[in-house]
Design a protein around this ligand. Structure first.
Ligand code: AGP
Length: 613
């Protein structure tokens, strides 16, 4: 969703702001803007544009300006259409600011401000914040910009990451955070602010992650952080190990393709140092769960959204099979509003790539408040879920830029597989020998994926044959059912082709009516405990003239009788089949979308991190 980048320093900053915004594009946006203070006059100039950054850059080239204090923003519309007047930054009097999040009480604040004679030029919730700061400052001119901002924040309810600057105050930038991420950094006479690390990763790797309620003042000489009570405070500086190159395309046509190809390395990173074949053990100290607590668990509840929810559904199969602990999965957006049954002996686990998804965050908070012990399976370090949960397992996927989740998903699967083994050992349901076998299978996954990625020409041919289909059906059983759903989600989000993922056994309870010779049916049919059942479903599709793409174990000649096309996956243990078949459905979706020429990395209407409800 929205993105913020800010700079205070000695360099002219327009290029830095625009390139920072480029690095935030992946979050999804529909308008953008920059604000820069003129060094001589202290005047802050704005340039904003509807649509993609090319339009903003063109508008900037038409009337260029520069200076060494500025901020930039990409907006994903929530309140008001994606038009230039609603694009950030917004100005009220001397104050200019950009905002991520939602001001929940903006309507009543706006009414008050209008009554006091304030004139609004946008439909956004954000503009009230600019007016409140400007009003506080005008009423008490002795206040600093930081103090005026603090006064305005006292009136606001909702979530925000804010970056504020002001005319005639060209030396500083004020930032604030509440339930929307903001990092700041200082070095070499410059200070940076960003809603996401990649925006400024080319300049620094040492970041302060602001906490909820924090505000900070950024100047050339340094930065000062204040806590929620307004007291000056110290926050640790954390060094990010991602290198800037990992956030670049590196010759791949799309970030999504690069991220698909990175999966073997990122799964290895996720397993590294955590699994021991010799000892048949998984080490997850960050879990902070001892044997006694695990023995007492009445159930595990997963909350997640989108692709992460499919990782949770696969976790249910793995954990129940291996550790024999009951597992429920809930869409986070449903969990919040259904009065869930949670006890002190429940373990609630949030799965989230970003660690900032609003519904997932609210759901795990709710579970914690109801007494559950909480755990986050998260990719972005120091994200809100990672910080708030009682324990955290980081997936080491690195920055995922493509909106469609790929390496984040398979590293989540690696994490839940390790968790299943760990819990199985702690409950005593899994002996050392069995654990060794599962760990061995897990460790082999990256090698299998490497081999599968060596030649992807078959997917290009399939894309040619199937890209005109108007609708796809994906079928799977057992833990291949969530993979079917994930395959359908991948296809629809990047190719805009309608697709549905169904439990293969459910097909005859409805979707079978859709099957004809126009409808491609992707059937996940690797050799496993439900193979014969899936094969019967395949026959049912064949009997109705469906066009079958079977994803099966290499060498399985029986599939040839039914399938129009077969994609072979390596013969791996059932426990790790989801990771391997996930790669197949990702490649299929990618090449179909690429053939259609859609905007694969930033599909229409989608945002990378959904930080509003
Ligand atoms: C998947 O391709 C999507 N990008 C989306 O479903 C995503 O998985 C969902 O929004 C959850 O995001 P999170 O993992 O950051 O919480």
């Amino acid at each position: 969703m929205c993105g913020i980048v800010g700079y205070v320093g000695t360099d002219q900053c327009a290029r830095l702001l625009l390139s920072g915004l480029r690095r935030l594009e992946y979050r999804g946006y529909d308008s953008a803007g920059i604000a820069i203070a003129d060094e001589e006059s202290g005047e802050v100039r704005l340039c904003r544009a509807e649509g993609k950054l090319d339009k903003l850059e063109q508008a900037y080239r038409d009337e260029p300006f520069d200076g060494n204090v500025g901020l930039g923003h990409t907006r994903w519309a929530t309140h008001g259409k994606p038009v230039e007047s609603n694009a950030h930054p917004h100005r009220a009097g001397r104050v200019v600011l950009a905002h991520n999040g939602i001001i929940e009480n903006y309507l009543e604040l706006k009414e008050e401000l209008v009554e006091r004679g304030r004139e609004f030029s946008s439909e956004t919730d954000t503009e009230v914040v600019a007016h409140l700061i400007d009003e506080a400052w005008s009423n008490s001119p002795q206040l600093s910009l930081h103090e005026a901002t603090q006064a305005a924040l006292d009136r606001i309810e909702g979530s925000y990451a804010l970056a504020v600057m002001a005319t005639e105050n060209p030396e500083e930038l004020v930032v604030a955070r509440n339930a929307s991420p903001m990092v700041i950094a200082h070095g070499g006479g410059c200070a940076y602010a960003a809603s996401d690390i990649p925006a400024v990763l080319s300049y620094t790797r040492d970041f302060i992650f602001l906490e909820d309620g924090d505000t900070a003042v950024l100047r050339r000489e340094g930065i000062e952080v204040f806590d929620a009570e307004g007291n000056s405070t110290e926050r640790d500086v954390k060094t990010i190990s991602w290198d800037p190159v990992s956030a670049e395309k590196q010759g791949y046509k799309h970030f999504m393709l690069k991220e698909i190809h990175e999966q073997p390395a990122r799964i290895t990173d996720t397993l590294r140092g955590r699994v021991s074949v010799d000892r048949g053990e998984v080490e997850l100290p960050e879990l902070r769960l001892d044997e006694q607590t695990v023995q007492k668990l009445d159930k595990i509840v997963f909350v997640a959204c989108g692709t992460s929810n499919y990782a949770a559904q696969i976790a249910k199969y793995l954990i129940e099979e291996v550790a024999r602990i009951p597992v429920e999965t809930d869409l986070a957006s449903e969990f919040r509003y259904r009065n869930p049954l949670i006890t002190d002996n429940t373990l609630a686990i949030a799965i989230s790539q970003s660690g900032e998804t609003a519904d997932t965050l609210a759901a795990i908070r709710e579970a914690g408040e109801l007494g559950a012990r909480t755990l986050g399976i998260v990719n972005v370090i120091e994200s809100t879920i990672a910080r708030e949960a009682d324990g955290v397992i980081y997936t080491h996927a690195g920055p995922e830029i493509g909106v469609a989740s790929t390496k984040a998903f398979t590293t989540q699967l690696a994490a839940v597989s390790m968790l299943a083994i760990k819990l199985g050992r702690l409950t005593g349901r899994l002996d050392v020998e069995e654990a060794r076998t599962l760990i061995e299978a897990l460790r082999e996954v990256p090698n299998h994926m490497e081999a599968m990625l060596e030649d992807t020409s078959q997917y290009e041919q399939l894309a040619r044959s199937y890209h005109e289909a108007r609708s796809f059906l994906y079928l799977g059983r057992g833990h291949q059912f969530p993979i079917a759903a994930e395959g359908a989600l991948k296809l629809k989000e990047i190719s805009y082709i309608h697709a549905e993922g169904y439990a293969a056994g459910e097909m005859k309870h409805g979707p079978i009516a859709l099957i004809d010779n126009e409808m491609p049916v992707v059937v996940l049919a690797p050799k496993n405990s439900v193979y014969e059942k899936v094969k019967s479903n395949l026959e049912e599709v064949k009997a109705r003239g469906g066009r079958i793409i079977a994803i099966g174990t290499e060498g399985d000649e029986r599939l040839e009788t039914f399938a129009d096309d077969i994609i072979a996956m390596p013969d791996v243990a059932e426990f790790v089949q989801p990771m391997v078949s996930a790669l197949v459905v990702q490649l299929l979706a990618y090449y179909i979308a690429d053939f259609k020429g859609t905007d694969i990395d930033q599909p229409r209407n989608l945002a990378k991190s959904v930080t509003v409800e």
